[in-house]
Ligand binder design. Structure first.
Ligand code: ADP
Length: 472
């Protein structure tokens, strides 16, 4: 039975639960009412018998033998017979039709059942005024009480059946109302696919768990849609970015094929161009792979204590090797200790230096410095390049965002450098600040936190507050 119920839809399960609850509670209530009413009626009957015994005893004591008694108790269905000491019946009230034996030795209370009557009877000993002993046999016919109880039972059973039908119907209606939003969620979920991420569940304003579920579900789809859009954008940008160098390489190969084999000049020019484009492609694929790995949450940092000034000086050396057009200036402190991933930090420096080189005219200055602060370490890369328009500063960290390709001296820009830089810095728990002015230059300041220093500062602050009585 239970496994069968489990297989039913939740609507039916809830409906049966409601009905079961109704059946159990009303059954307890009905049994209680019935038992209580029966007890009440039977007690009342017994009380009436006692009152009758007292009244009739009084009447007999004063020698009243008229049938006045029957008039009093006719409605209560109480009947009596009087016997003398020799067990001769001296009186029987009107309507005493019961064939009940009389035994003067048995003065206890009895309940007898005839075909459809319940009789409660007892014999009492009484003494008349002239000192004679009599026996009073009182019989209470429970016919009307039993009739009432039968009617009550019938009415309750009828109501009970109606109640069960009602609770099934209401239970079904309520369950459907509760389950409907879940069915809507299921339908919406079924309709959602990679081609249709627009679908959302209608959120009702009930403030209940279902509303919470709908909101959570919609938020989840929002996130999925955002991630999916980003991924599709990423793929289309990436293929677009790779198509340009591939087209250039293809062009030069065609050129070589047609004229270049014998022409030294064309040959050299083509080789140089193909080399540059291959380098660009390599750099681009490296960056794409890095971003994809970061998106998957891979590549945890391999941090260690190192000197930031050393890493910067090495990067300047590398830059000077490939770029003789700019003047690189080192102006930082020495032995600036920092806990970073050295490989990633050098990649970060390469991104800033690459940009500085690309956007700074020949003979322009590129200066780099680093120093310790009270809560970490800062490094600054400053150039005297073309600068970034103020309204663009917020966008330059977006993937594939390039301010204006025509500003670049070469076509190597893919808009992935700064997003990568941001990821690297964020992974270290740091921040990047940008200041730039068109025609004057740009300045990128990176802050790496030093947790030991931050902790020490907190403790000092705590002690200071304590001394000043700011905290207990
Ligand atoms: P890219 O690989 O194209 O340089 P980035 O993400 O590194 O991409 O930079 C995004 C955009 O920010 C660049 O296209 C450029 O317009 C601007 N930018 C970055 N650094 C500088 C800089 N030092 N001077 C001027 N513009 C810059």
């Amino acid at each position: 039975m239970i496994p069968k119920i489990r297989k039913m839809s939740i609507t039916f399960q809830l409906m049966f639960m409601y009905t079961l609850l109704f059946i159990i509670t009303t059954l307890i209530l009905d049994i209680g009412i019935f038992v209580f009413t029966k007890m009440y009626l039977y007690n009342k009957a017994d009380e009436n018998m006692q009152v009758a015994e007292k009244t009739v005893s009084e009447l007999l004591r004063v020698g009243d033998t008229t049938d006045r008694y029957s008039k009093f108790y006719a409605n209560d269905n109480i009947y009596l017979r009087v016997y003398d000491e020799e067990e001769n019946r001296v009186y029987a009230s009107q309507g005493f039709i019961y064939s009940i034996d009389f035994n003067s030795d048995d003065l206890s209370f009895h309940q007898l059942s005839t075909e459809d009557h319940t009789l409660r009877t007892q014999v009492f000993r009484i003494r008349s005024q002239d000192g004679e002993n009599y026996f009073l046999q009182i019989v209470k016919d429970m016919y009307s009480e039993d009739d009432f109880l039968r009617l009550l039972l019938l009415a309750m059973s009828g109501m009970y059946l109606v109640g069960i039908i009602f609770s099934l119907a209401l239970g079904y209606a309520f369950s459907r109302r509760i389950i409907q939003p879940i069915s809507d969620i299921t339908k919406a979920a079924e309709n959602i696919s990679s081609k249709n991420l627009e679908e959302r569940i209608e959120v009702n304003g009930s403030g209940d768990e279902i509303q919470h579920l709908s909101v959570t579900f919609n938020k989840m789809i929002d996130r999925l849609q955002e991630a999916f859009t980003k991924q599709t954008q990423f793929i289309s940008f990436a293929s677009h970015e790779l198509r340009t160098p591939l087209a250039v390489i293809h062009g030069y190969i065609n050129l070589l094929d047609r004229w270049g084999k014998q022409d030294e000049k064309i040959l050299q020019e083509s080789i140089d161009a193909i080399k540059t484009e291959a380098d660009n492609m390599e750099k681009l694929t490296e960056r794409l792979l890095f971003l994809a790995r970061m998106d998957r949450g891979e590549d945890v940092l391999k941090k260690k204590q190192c000197y930031l000034d050393k890493l910067i000086l090495e990067s300047i050396e590398d830059a000077r090797l490939i770029d003789e057009d700019h003047i690189y200036i080192w102006g930082g402190r020495s032995e600036v200790k920092v806990e970073v991933d050295p490989g990633m930090t050098k990649q970060l420096l390469r991104i800033f230096l690459d940009n500085a080189r690309k956007f700074t005219p020949v003979k322009g200055y590129i200066s780099i410095s680093c120093w310790g602060t009270e809560d970490g370490v800062k490094m600054m890369i400053r150039d005297t390049g073309i600068g970034i328009p103020e309204e663009e500063i917020n966008n330059i960290f977006d993937r594939f965002y390039t301010v204006d390709q025509s500003r670049e001296k070469d076509s190597s820009g893919s808009g992935l450098g700064l997003p990568m830089a941001e990821i690297i810095v964020t992974l270290h728990g740091g921040t990047i600040q940008v200041r730039s002015e068109v025609g004057v230059g740009s300045e990128f300041t990176v802050w790496f936190p030093d947790h030991e220093k931050i902790e020490r500062k907190k403790q000092e602050q705590f002690l200071l507050n304590h001394e000043n009585g700011l905290i207990d």
